[in-house]
Design a protein around this ligand. Structure first.
Ligand code: FUB
Length: 287
């Protein structure tokens, strides 16, 4: 099967990998994505496929684009944040809940965040040490909300915040814009917040992976550089995640490298890497 948009997370002693699913048979030569899967491992070598955990058929408000998700645990419940296309148009972020990391996940029945535009997808969630949960998302505008403790609503007083898209924060893209495109991955390490993302460098037609850091969970962000160069062939997108497991750091991404692979037939991959002593990340080679 073809998988994309990796979202690895460690619960207890197991690494769970949530992914999207590129269908074998394409509709309209575009992303044909109707459900999400989860896999698990205890050694990074042997993987168990736990099967489909949620499908568009389970979501009353969505009809297409089962795109890049992430899962987080709070108080023994597992919250699966996913983007999908609303029946009445535009993209939105929804959330489904389970008692186990492998489901069954039940949708809340309505979108959590949407602005009636096409920006609200690719959610990334992180619960900080003080208990505040952040949900970042967005293409090509990075946005965030402060999740309430129930994890299925957000602080309406703060609302949906547009992150300032400056070259200093996200690197210099084409035409005076930044390189930020989509697929943010938000995390914290040694007191430093990281925003790793997919986007476009000047002069390239496919996505690279870049990163920015901040000493605050809401920025301002400072552009750090390249995490992974453009694939340049086979697939237009890439999608990042990092995870610490059993004392090692792993970088997850996707390629078009499986047989018959391509833009709409992608496959999740990962490789081990090390942070530099100052917390910066040097470019990681695709394996
Ligand atoms: O997989 C569908 C979309 O392509 C994702 O939501 C983006 O991050 C890009 O990988």
């Amino acid at each position: 099967m073809y998988t994309a948009d990796p979202a690895p997370v460690v619960f207890n002693d197991t690494l769970y990998l949530y992914t999207t699913h590129d269908e074998d048979v394409l509709k309209n030569n575009f992303y044909t994505m109707e459900n999400w899967y989860v896999f698990s491992t205890k050694d990074m070598v042997n993987w168990t496929n736990h099967g489909e955990i949620l499908s568009l058929d389970d979501i009353t408000w969505a009809d297409d684009r089962a795109w890049a998700p992430q899962t987080v645990e709070r108080n023994g419940k597992y919250y699966f944040y996913y983007p999908a296309h609303k029946i009445d148009g535009g993209m939105a972020v929804g959330v489904a809940i389970a008692d186990s990391p492998v489901g069954p996940f039940k949708d809340t029945g309505k979108p959590l965040v949407y602005q009636d535009d096409w920006i609200d997808f690719d959610p990334t969630v992180f619960i900080d040490d003080d208990g505040q949960a952040y949900l970042y998302f967005g293409n090509p505008q990075l946005r965030y909300v402060l999740l309430n403790e129930d994890m299925v609503s957000y602080n309406e007083e703060v609302g949906v915040v547009d992150v300032p898209m400056t070259v200093e924060s996200f690197g210099e893209g084409a035409n005076g814009g930044t390189t930020y495109g989509e697929g943010p991955y938000f995390t914290k390490r040694n007191g430093l917040y990281y925003m790793i993302f997919a986007g476009f460098r000047k002069g390239y037609q496919t996505e690279y992976i870049g990163y920015s850091t901040s000493t605050s969970p809401t920025g301002p962000w400072k552009y750090g550089g390249v995490v992974m160069e453009e694939h340049e062939d086979k697939t237009f997108t890439n999608h990042p995640a990092v995870v610490e497991y059993q004392g090692h750091s792993y970088f997850f991404y996707h390629t078009g490298d499986l047989p018959d692979g391509g833009d709409f037939h992608r496959s999740v991959a990962f490789t081990e890497f090390e942070y530099n002593e100052d917390g910066s990340i040097s470019p990681i080679e695709k394996c």
